[in-house]
Design a protein around this ligand. Structure first.
Ligand code: JHZ
Length: 422
């Protein structure tokens, strides 16, 4: 297989990893607005851009991906409303990750830690507490500003070969390089990995983690995690192929339950013999093989399951409306917008949405124009159903909103199937 090294010009319908023409549709979710393009009240009457949302799988390298680059990261991420610090489950998870890295790789005052897409500093703060030298790189100016306020040294830039060169020239390189939930957001994988290669020290370790990992993604039909800012959806099979073209080698893997199923990879330069390749890598290769990840029909069957789920989701909202029930949603995650827009569920069926993030409150959901409010409104309006759009945090949300049972309110979760919670 020949890999293409320079990109973006002629990728329209070609694989962003190996340049093979994309022929196999996984799912077509119609035309939708960008999932994180929340709308201000004053803009509600303005024309809202909608874009095709289609996912293909490459029959050569099995990378699942959006066809073409409908949007540029600059448009999506320069100002961004996703702050990592609004879930206890996620914060606990990342604290554990930081502790694990510090212990496993014996990080100390001579270890240089760099995080790509460091958001508000939620992860790097644990390294700061131990006086470990660190640097965050974050493209969203509004988020980078907050990290800086918290004392996390942050460069407000997109990461890629150009930024890596600048860092290198300023004397930065990494013993530990972190990219947590970043890779799916990168349209030009080759440029990004060239940048990684440039700043990762010879004996450094790259830790990659991503949600929408292919085994749980296919098994639970996680269609709502598809949106325009997720350009690729990885398996070990596909990511190993691209890493190997840059002489990068996975020496350990961990399957994680966070965000509906994620994968963490520990990666080194291929010629670094400090780390033994763990059994976990081979075991996961076998597991992916047994799950059919190298069989195209395993991917193309997805679409039919999405259609079935859509019917069930619509059934719930329409029968609740017919029965005169008051329905609201909890959480305004990007994935909620994919689900609502694809299913055509709008403000005729949902009274309002609540979200704990003050950055989202007062705004309206893209496409459906449902208003986002503070969660306290639920206590006042006593809805019959609270549909949890941020299903990845359902336990945390149900625990803190448990009081809806006082008026016999019920939680509803739509992933992996539509279920009214007992
Ligand atoms: P959450 C984001 O997806 C975006 P989203 C991104 N593209 C990505 O890759 C994944 O994460 C990994 C709110 N909430 O994390 C906060 C409450 O209101 O599922 C958030 O707005 N109360 C980077 O947007 C939303 O729900 C709560 O108690 O799909 C959750 O968004 C909790 C726990 C959350 O991500």
């Amino acid at each position: 297989m020949e890999f293409k090294q320079s990109l973006l010009e002629d990728l329209e319908m070609n694989c962003r990893l190996c340049n093979t023409e994309l022929e196999h549709l996984v799912v077509d979710l119609g035309i939708t607005p960008l999932s994180n393009a929340f709308i201000e009240e004053s803009s509600l009457d303005k024309k809202e851009p909608f874009y095709p949302l289609r996912v293909y799988v490459c029959h050569e390298c099995f990378l699942v991906q959006l066809d073409g680059n409908i949007q540029t990261p600059k448009n999506i991420f320069s100002k961004y409303l996703y702050f990592s610090s609004f879930s206890k489950i996620w914060l606990d998870h990342t604290k554990e990750l930081a502790c694990e890295i510090i212990e496993k790789f014996e990080c100390g005052q001579n270890t240089s830690v760099i995080e790509i897409a460091s958001n508000d500093g939620y992860l790097l703060k644990h390294f700061k507490e131990k006086n470990i030298p660190l640097l965050g790189i974050e493209p969203a100016s509004n988020i980078a500003e907050i990290a800086e306020k918290h004392g996390i040294k942050t460069i407000n830039k997109f990461f890629g070969l150009e930024t890596a060169n600048e860092l290198k020239e300023s004397g930065y390189n990494a013993d530990i390089l972190l990219a947590i939930n970043v890779l799916p957001h990168v349209p030009d994988l080759h440029n990004f990995l060239k940048g990684i290669k440039m700043i990762l020290k010879k004996d450094g370790v790259l830790i990659l983690q991503f949600s929408t990992y292919m085994i749980p993604f296919l098994q639970t039909t996680e269609f709502d995690s598809i949106y325009h800012e997720h350009f690729s959806y990885f398996s070990l099979l596909s990511i190993e192929k691209i890493l190997s073209t840059f002489d990068l080698e996975i020496f350990d893997v961990k399957e994680l339950s966070i965000h509906g199923g994620s994968l963490r990879l520990y990666v080194k330069n291929a010629n670094n013999s400090n780390y033994m390749i763990q059994q976990s890598v081979n075991e996961l290769r076998k597991k992916e093989n047994n799950c059919g990840l190298s069989v195209i029909s395993e991917y193309t069957k997805f679409s039919k399951r999405v259609d079935d789920i859509k019917l069930k989701i619509c059934d719930f909202f329409f029968s609740a409306k017919r029965d005169g029930k008051k329905v609201v949603c909890y959480g305004a995650p990007a994935k909620g917008n994919t689900m609502l827009n694809f299913c055509g569920i709008d403000k005729d069926l949902i009274e309002y949405v609540v979200d704990i993030s003050p950055h989202k409150q007062g705004l309206y959901l893209p496409g459906t124009h449902i208003q986002i409010k503070h969660p306290d409104i639920i206590r006042k309006t006593k809805p019959d159903y609270v549909v949890i759009l941020a299903w990845n945090f359902k336990e945390e949300i149900m625990e803190k909103m448990d009081y809806i049972h006082e008026w016999n309110g019920k939680f509803v979760v739509m992933h992996p199937k539509v279920e009214i919670q007992k």
